[in-house]
Design a protein around this ligand. Structure first.
Ligand code: 4NP
Length: 152
């Protein structure tokens, strides 16, 4: 199984999703490929935002090795499941899809994880508000668990 988490910049939300999905998969002994990407190229090649690094570190999760990359239609071919953090990310990825099969790989993260209703539909963008990173972490952690439970 190959999973790609997608947000806008690939520095705040999807790096947390990548790290947490990988941790959940490994905890269940699943040797899956987990990655993340951004729909925009603003931060290509950059490490995750220091605020995401800090909140991850508080939870013993190291995401410092990640580097931002912009998603392409090739990613939609390569990965089995593409999880957009918000509805705009999902829409943008679907627009990038070249085939119906690729389109159908794209899902809204919280919906896929079964969290819409209590928390959905979007993992909100924390970029402009430092205080929101802890809430984003908690939401992404629950969604990562829900996703791997659904698939495992
Ligand atoms: P992310 O957050 O999509 O969760 O990585 C953002 C990062 C950068 C920007 C916006 C959101 N930006 O406008 O540069």
């Amino acid at each position: 199984m190959k999973i790609l988490a997608v947000c806008l910049g690939n520095i705040c939300r999807s790096p947390l999703a990548e790290g947490l999905l990988r941790r959940e998969a490994e905890a269940r002994g699943l040797d899956w490929e987990i990655a993340s990407g951004g729909t925009a190229n603003y931060h290509t090649g950059k490490p995750p935002d220091p605020r995401s690094v800090a909140i991850a570190r508080e939870h013993d999760l190291d995401i410092t090795g990640q580097r931002s990359h912009q998603v392409t239609a090739d990613d939609l071919e390569y990965y089995d499941l593409v999880l957009g953090m918000d509805r705009q990310n999902v829409e943008d990825m679907k627009e990038r899809a070249r085939t119906q099969v690729q389109r159908e790989k794209v899902h809204l993260f919280l919906e896929y994880a079964g969290l819409v209703g209590s928390d959905g539909p979007d993992v909100f963008d924390p970029y402009y508000d430092d205080r929101t990173f802890a809430g984003v972490y908690d939401l992404v952690a629950r969604a990562a668990e829900g996703t791997i439970t659904r698939l495992g």
